[in-house]
Design a protein around this ligand. Structure first.
Ligand code: SF4
Ligand code: SF4
Length: 234
């Protein structure tokens, strides 16, 4: 999945990935990098995850039964898609920026008290600085077809790839979204379950950490690439 996406990526997405490669392979030479990284380490756990070290909030092997589902998780304010940095880069490369918006939904205190993970998302760094996907007047994602399929499936955002698995990085816990009420229990080795585990633990985690590092440490470089036009940086 990751490999295919890299092969099909456009110039801005490749530039973002290459900046991440530079961070991972080259020594940090500038004092400003060191200072910002030190601040970042104080605020966030940047350690790569291992499945065995994290707590699982459900029995491993659980997968969504999307074909039997009469609901669809691609609609409604609770299912607003929050983008990652590479998603924004992909949208710019493909000329889809009209589908991004800063008009984000608001939720009542009553709703937030029942949905702690939603509250966490609204307080997150990502919610502050990244746009979301537009929904139409009926509250459906603009990429959802009449047949209830995703019209950009190979390029769908990261959050769509890993749903309904959720990741609580400070708590080092993998959860199951209460927005998906149709799970089936497969064997832990089931390929779909394994793919979801792989995506949530490595790809999605990396995307979150990559965003943090690049936005905090490489702000000037991102600005030169032109991507900060679609972000809300301080
Ligand atoms: S709510 Fe769950 S089962 Fe239904 S379409 Fe979404 S992920 Fe699939
Ligand atoms: S991008 Fe595709 S998978 Fe994601 S919410 Fe929209 S229609 Fe659903």
């Amino acid at each position: 999945m990751e490999f295919r996406r890299v092969m099909e990526s456009g110039p801005l997405e490749r530039a973002v990935r290459s900046l991440w490669g530079e961070y991972q392979t080259k020594p940090i030479r500038h004092v400003r990098h060191l200072w910002r990284l030190w601040q970042l380490h104080r605020e966030f756990d940047l350690t790569p995850p291992s499945a065995e070290e994290w707590t699982w909030g459900f029995q491993r092997g659980r997968i969504p039964d999307c074909f039997a589902c009469l609901d669809n998780c691609c609609r409604g304010p609770h299912n607003t898609v929050l983008l990652r940095l590479v998603d924004v880069a992909l949208f710019v490369d493909r000329g889809w920026t009209d589908m991004l918006t800063w008009e984000k939904p608001h939720f009542s205190e009553e709703v937030l008290s029942r949905r702690p993970m939603l509250r966490d998302m609204l307080r997150s760094f990502h919610w502050r600085i990244f746009p979301v996907l537009k929904q139409d007047a009926m509250g459906r994602c603009v990429f959802l077809s009449e047949e209830q399929t995703c019209t950009i499936h190979p390029h769908r955002p990261w959050v769509c790839r890993t749903f309904p698995y959720t990741l609580d990085i400070p708590g080092r816990r993998i959860g199951w979204s209460d927005r998906c009420e149709l799970p089936v229990q497969a064997a832990p080795q089931d390929p779909t379950a394994r793919a979801l585990e792989q995506a949530i633990l490595h790809n999605f985690y990396t995307e979150k950490i990559r965003d943090l590092v690049l936005v905090k440490v490489y702000k000037e470089e991102l600005h030169k690439m032109g991507i900060t036009r679609w972000l809300r940086l301080d």
